[in-house]
Design a protein around this ligand. Structure first.
Ligand SMILES: CC(C)(COP(=O)(O)OP(=O)(O)OC[C@H]1O[C@@H](n2cnc3c(N)ncnc32)[C@H](O)[C@@H]1OP(=O)(O)O)[C@@H](O)C(=O)NCCC(=O)NCCS
Length: 220
């Protein structure tokens, strides 16, 4: 089973990295593949409750590959960790089949509570270089997380998310309408004018109310 997983990881690199030449080169020279091989063994020891040796393997793998995958993380088949340096995958993270993870990605937690605290990625998810996915939520199948995005919320299937915090910009490949949180100088000027107008109207109303109250008091 472990050897089949390793073979699928090698094939994933061949299929999805245009720079890959042949299976032997991928197996011998790709640190992403090495990290996955080490992890497959570390995870076996973790599942059999041999936590020290599991962690030891993962730390040795980290030393040689600069990729830190906690032995408890559950990884699917055909995963491509491209370039790899700086990738961190937490203990309760789940990565679906055929996902692509670039350098500098963190699948991490927020806070210090125990239990499920890392994200679950569906199948065919692409996580761009430097992106952080933080928290115990699900990212649907076929999602793309942009380079350097910080994703803090779940995503439905087939969504592209960009930015900090990451927001969906495409669904099923179609651009979503933009939600702007800033305004232009003209819009600010217009808003200021309207507020001044409203303040004048409120002052006039208050004045009229005072007058009315005065008249009513005189009539009594
Ligand atoms: C997110 C990504 C998948 C989007 O690809 P796409 O569907 O082709 O999207 P587009 O290029 O049409 O861009 C759509 C919008 O997102 C913006 N965008 C794209 N990537 C972005 C990023 N990383 N951060 C912020 N905004 C981004 C674009 O500027 C564009 O905005 P606009 O509509 O205001 O012009 C891609 O840009 C990306 O980040 N891929 C990661 C690649 C990577 O990490 N490579 C490492 C190789 S070593």
């Amino acid at each position: 089973m472990i050897f089949k997983d390793i073979w699928l990881d090698v094939k994933a690199v061949q299929e999805r990295d245009p720079a890959a030449r042949n299976a032997l080169e991928v197996l011998l020279l790709y640190q992403g593949v090495h990290a996955l091989i080490w992890h497959r063994f570390a995870h076996w020891f973790y599942c059999h409750k041999m936590f020290f040796i599991a962690r030891l393997i993962s730390q040795i793998a980290r030393f040689f590959t600069l990729i830190e995958i906690h032995p408890g993380a559950q990884l699917g088949h055909g995963i491509l960790i491209d370039h790899g340096s700086g990738v961190v995958i937490g203990e309760t993270a789940v990565v679906g089949d055929n996902c692509t993870i670039y350098q500098g990605v963190t699948l991490g937690g927020v806070g210090t509570k125990k239990g499920k605290r890392h994200p679950t990625l569906g199948n065919n998810v692409m996580v761009g270089a430097g992106a952080k996915i933080l928290g115990a939520f699900e990212v649907g199948d076929n999602c793309s997380i942009a380079a350097n995005a910080v994703l803090l919320k779940p995503l439905e299937d087939n969504v592209t998310a960009v930015g900090i915090p990451a927001r969906p910009i495409k669904k099923d490949g179609i651009s979503l309408p933009k939600e702007r949180e800033t305004m232009t100088l003209e819009e600010y000027g217009e808003m200021k004018k309207r507020i001044e107008q409203m303040e004048q109207e409120i002052a006039a109303l208050q004045e009229a109310l005072k007058k009315q109250a005065g008249n009513a008091a005189e009539q009594k």
